[in-house]
Unconditional design. Structure first.
Length: 462
């Protein structure tokens, strides 16, 4: 026997999401033999969006029973039955939380009509209840109301039973299959093929859009962890996940780097951190018509060969102030003051008079060039060699002029005798402040035996 269930809720997040209506249809494998339906007072406000979708408002449920008052009825209707729903994880988990509030336990075997439909009726454009009913000529009355959706799901369920010629029902009910823990749109074979190695994974929706990017030391284990997590965000993400792609990296460092890169590239809806792109600024130098050498800054995309790179205007200003103080440079010619004939910086008074014509450009420029030379000498250039995807492979991560420059893979068969030759294996990447911080943290925590600096012997042994 099967209990086909649908609930409508307040639409609030997490534990605050409460039931406003429930319908249960008891199906004996051939037809519906019993029914239960009730509005429910959620004891919290209903979101306006849900009211617009379902028509259920706060006035409608004010005099309805609270869930605790109908809990025993729901238990009786579903006892010794298989719990069936369209996207079963949502309805089942909402009901379980209501029983927990009422001080009762609720556990039932489950079947998902979304997952069943994908396997028994493959190739359809969409497996939402509305689209399935349209494709299979199932009449729907009172869409987005518990009774109307349960009636439609019961007809769909009958068609699934009739057309299950490959034993799909039995496989989904098998206790070791694990399929009921998976998102309803996600085929089980996709998860089964995931590697148990470090890398980056991508959750895709039905349209092939990336909705989440994550990194893991064990991709398969981490992915399954998302589906067992019952937070509102994880449940919402699971409902939309229809496919998973992954990229093996061989080690956690490159996985962190690729995760950061892909989040900034795709802006997935379920990622919160690292979405904001790093708007870098480059320190630049140029000579004006009077022959005076200027230091300044501009957006990184407008600077072809930056002397230094920073990720905020504040950092640029602080750096240029330091240059003025250390090399007796003029604030007017270092972008610290604009539209003035003579400098008058509030905390810098090192200028020797270049802005007042008291110093010759040739003399002033010597100090600017010394500053540039010293800045360039401090820029870091190194490669990190980490474990690769196979025992005979290494991962290369390059920091050039103090910033992340790219990554690549090199095998033990490759003979590299010069530092610059490593760059032949590097896939260039954009500047990224978050990645440089990831690399800084790695350097601080790990032995520098994995780091090859410019001028070092570039042998690939650990």
């Amino acid at each position: 026997m099967y209990a086909i269930v649908d609930v409508e809720t307040t639409g609030l997040g997490g534990d605050a999401n409460r039931i406003t209506e429930i319908a249960i249809a008891i199906h004996d494998g051939k037809k519906v033999v019993d029914e239960f339906h009730s509005l429910v007072n959620p004891e919290v406000p209903i979101s306006p969006y849900v009211t617009g979708l379902t028509g259920i408002d706060n006035d409608m449920v004010r005099d309805a029973p609270v869930f605790a008052a109908i809990a025993e009825t729901v238990l009786e209707y579903t006892e010794d039955k298989i719990f069936v729903a369209h996207n079963v994880g949502f309805d089942y988990n909402v009901i379980r939380r209501e029983f927990q509030r009422a001080g009762k336990d609720f556990r039932r075997k489950k079947l998902c009509t979304v997952r069943l439909s994908r396997q028994i009726f493959p190739g359809l454009k969409s497996y939402s209840l509305g689209q399935l009913c349209s494709s299979l000529n199932i009449p729907v009355y009172d869409r987005h109301r518990a009774k109307g959706d349960t009636d439609a799901t019961a007809i769909l369920f009958g068609k699934l039973l009739e057309n299950d010629t490959k034993g799909i029902f039995g496989r989904q009910l098998h206790p070791r299959s694990g399929e009921m823990a998976l998102p309803p749109l996600l085929p089980g074979h996709v998860v089964n093929k995931l590697p148990e190695s470090p890398g980056v994974y991508y959750f895709l929706d039905e349209k092939g859009q990336i909705i989440y990017v994550g990194k893991a030391i064990n991709i398969k284990k981490r992915v399954l962890g998302h589906f067992y997590d019952k937070t509102a965000r994880e449940i919402a993400m699971a409902r939309e996940t229809a496919d998973i792609h992954c990229e093996e990296t061989g080690n956690e460092l490159l996985a962190l780097i690729r995760e950061s890169t892909k989040i900034k590239q795709h802006f997935p809806k379920f990622n919160k951190a690292q979405k904001k792109p790093s708007k870098g600024y480059g320190i630049t130098a140029y000579t004006d018509r009077k022959g005076i050498l200027h230091l300044g800054y501009n957006q990184l995309r407008l600077v072809t060969d930056p002397i230094g790179v920073f990720y905020s205007v504040t950092e640029c200003i602080a750096f240029l102030e330091q240059c003025c103080a250390q090399y007796d440079l003029c604030p007017r010619f270092t972008h610290l003051q604009h539209n003035v004939s003579q400098c008058s910086h509030y905390k810098l008074n090192n200028c020797r008079g270049i802005c007042r014509g008291e110093e010759q450009p040739e003399t002033y420029n010597l100090r600017v060039r010394q500053a540039i030379e010293d800045i360039l000498s401090l820029r870091e250039n190194f490669f990190i060699l980490e474990k690769g995807r196979t025992p005979d492979e290494k991962v290369l991560i390059e920091v050039r002029d103090g910033n992340y420059a790219g990554y690549g893979f090199i095998t033990e068969e490759e003979s590299v005798t010069r530092y610059d030759a490593f760059r032949n294996f590097i896939i260039p990447q954009k500047y990224n402040r978050d990645i440089r911080q990831i690399i800084n943290t790695y350097i601080a925590k790990n032995s520098k035996n994995n780091v090859i600096y410019a001028g070092d012997d570039p042998g690939t042994d650990d």
